[in-house]
Design a binder for this molecule. Sequence first.
Ligand code: AP5
Length: 224
Amino acid sequence: MSELNLILLGPPGAGKGTQAERLQDDFQVPFISTGDMLRANVKGATELGREARNYMDAGELVPDDLIVAMVAERLQEDDAEDGFILDGFPRTIEQAHALDRQLSELSRRVTAVLLIDVPDSDLVRRLSGRRVCVKAGHNYHIEFDPPKHEGVCDQDGSKLIQRDDDKPEVIRNRLRVYHDQTEPLVDYYDEQGVLRKIDGTRDATDVHDHIRAVIATLRLEENV
Ligand code: AP5
């Protein structure tokens, strides 16, 4: 397989970021999270960050034109030449069309869309227990994946905090927005024949193993 252009699709809290971190170590391709990019812009008080902040705090999607421009620029960087893992993008049909256009101009295509499937009832528990480190956004969970020392990141020693959008009322809105605006992408990519479903209710190591097995199968199929 010449390049590995992966999309991680799934509701908020499904474990996209958790898996992307592991997969980037496995496959040496950059992990591109639109949520992380936006949060860095908010932190840096850039114009994009100022525009995006209110949408994010409310659990609404940031307008497509802002996101599409941000991702298009990122995908042109050298490290994405041999592949990428997209987390949180595309999130609307409009964004998916924009990605298809950009890839086709570069004679590239999406290798696979991994749908990490988890029911809403589990997601609320996962998101309300999530803690992230202030330095690099490493993910923990107070119950399912606690750090060795409470409130401190194992990887870089920075403080762990709760994300502003992990409050119960915002979580509910993020789930509603996912079902309304992002879930239609499941059919969109299924029709293109690139969708692979992953049971995201299993523990993070099992989910990771399943994804690696799916990618190994794709590679075998390509070599047949
Ligand atoms: P973003 O940062 O992308 O948030 P999200 O999609 O809501 O996804 P999350 O990061 O909340 O969840 P995740 O699936 O990565 O789960 P995680 O691995 O952390 O977006 C934030 C906001 O930015 C959006 O609301 C929007 O405003 C804006 N935005 C971003 N992209 C956009 C776009 N393309 N267009 C428009 N707006 C955009 O896991 C969650 C928790 O569960 C963790 O605590 C983890 O430890 C735990 N966990 C993970 N896996 C397991 C497991 N298997 N079992 C038990 N626990 C687990």
